[in-house]
Design a protein around this ligand. Sequence first.
Ligand code: ADP
Ligand code: MG
Length: 689
Amino acid sequence: MSDLENLSGITPKTLENLAKLNITSIFDLLFHLPLRYNDRTVITNIGDIVYNSELQVIGRVYNAKVVYGRRRMMTVTLLDDTGEITLRFFHFSNSQLKGLADGKRVICFGEARRSRGRIEMVHPQYRVLQDHESVTLPDSLEPVYPTTKGLQQKRLRTLIENALKWAGKNYPQFDDVLQGMQDRFIDDKPMLNALNEVHRPDVDSDKQSLFTRKHPAQKQLVFDELLAHHLSIMKIRLRSDQRKGYKLESNNHLVASLLENLDFEMTSAQKKVLQEIRHDMNCEHPMMRLVQGDVGSGKTVVALVACLYAVENNYQAAIMAPTELLAEQHYRYFTNQLLPLGVQVAWLSSGLPSKKKRQMLELIASGTASVVVGTHALFQEGVAFKNLALSITDEQHRFGVQQRLQLSQKGSADTVFPHQLTMTATPIPRTLAMSMYAHLDYSVIDELPPGRKPISTVAIADTRRDDVIERIKAACRAGAQAYWVCSLIEESDALQSQAATETHAHLQVQLNELNIGLLHGRMKSAEKEQVMQDFMHKKIHVLVATTVIEVGVDVANASLMVIENAERFGLAQLHQLRGRVGRGDKQSSCVLLYKTPLGDLAKKRLDALRNTTDGFEIARIDLELRGPGEVLGTKQSGDMQMRIANLSKDLALLPEVQKAARWVIENHPERVEIVLKRWLGHAVEYANA
Ligand code: ADP
Ligand code: MG
């Protein structure tokens, strides 16, 4: 039963309507905050009206009538000592018209606009005053809430008012959890006062700051919500730190042979990160580490070595990639590297035929396969590991929250929990990372392998497409390989595939002496695999592809990248796509083909890409152009469904939030639940998963 029933006048129908607004408890109701406010605390002289603002006037009716124009409507003129205004109604009744007899006094609230040189209001709210009625103005602004059909604004206001009264008597959860903290950022009033102020701001409050969401009471609520989220993430870590992990000794026999077999030496950044990982895996508790490294910085081999740390101790390791193409590539790479060492690798994806799948599951369950590579099929039910000690998520930002949670739960039926390593190329700003990933330790591979030449990037209008094709012809004749990425951003897989198929057909004609391959999401796994193999073995000169190749794909000989409709892509995605070249010692180039005219923002993106190849710099510019909500992407922001805080607008608060969260945990761990409960309610269980 919902505690909403404690409020007076709640009917099943009200509950139903409230549920449509996601309000199922008094808490929800209290945090259902106004979208905006009506200011009925003052009367404006008609002569002082500022256009396009909401205001309240009192005037006498003159000539209310029905007008038959394109639409039937009622018009009413109101006069005061300073001027006149026209009211316009498209929906009205006869009795309404009758009530508006000449000379009646009317109080009226609405948005004043200018129309044909006159002031008017369309469908204002109004009330006809009694003959000698003196008007008392309210002393607080009137909140306007998001509402739904069947639930009137007025009714919702009353409900929320009742909720505020009820909460005052019944909710100790509104305690100030930062009580006692020195130098606190916001000098909190009791939470309930802040809520009261936001719901019913009094006449004297700073309206401008309220309207722009900068009022101290609003800030306090935002701060508190961010604090709740931060604490919920830190809790994941605290709990993990109490769990038992696999304390893995380093004996090095496999790792040493692997390193010997590699045809390069690890960069010092890779070595440093591996040391951090090895240290974590040698601890009593499960590792929780995020490795960030720009495209091409060599994360795969780091993952490979980490797997061997587990295998050397006779445990299993698993690595999961977001696309089948990338998982397959990892599988090939891992098999090539590990089979010579006598380490068996299993493969799992949802596209696997059932017989093959059974075999793989058997290899995994028996422990015959020490390393398992796959897509998210890896953590679906029915996959039982013998003794999984390490799980790695590659390109973590591509997975949904739910998927990540599932993986982290693998093996958790046991009393010992696997180490967790996540990898991502998408650099996010530090303040944001520290907040989103407060539960993770953080390593950066801040160096590219030696000998990489910066990719030269040009932006070319697609009217010069033929020049580009000529250039590719010449380069491929000389032994180069190219990607040609066709894009239809946010269109269906089917349309993307179609676009690629058409481009493929054209290029086959225009470059008839070269081999042109095609890769898109609609092809069968085996076909995709064959095309990738052919490209890798240089049987294909130009690979026409959709964005399926965006993440992870690694063919070192490919040195040319053409991106069609580059103006439609976001910066991060362009950077990832471009990162498919420049992976060997060849001078690589990237051509951004765009359709004219180029919009302002698109131009800025292409400029940024031409000017730098540094992923962190690109992330910084991306943040500037789009704001953090967007930068995180929908999947990521799904982690943080917030009621009133907004990462884009409230980024600047994060460092203070972190400080406060640490203070609570260190000084008053018992208060953590108070904050979580008031903001996350039943979501708390989820965050604890
Ligand atoms: P990413 O960080 O984008 O996942 P990859 O792991 O795919 O990068 O590595 C990119 C390329 O660089 C691969 O071909 C890989 O073999 C190569 N590579 C990785 N580390 C080194 C190194 N230390 N020296 C030279 N080449 C390296
Ligand atoms: Mg990678």
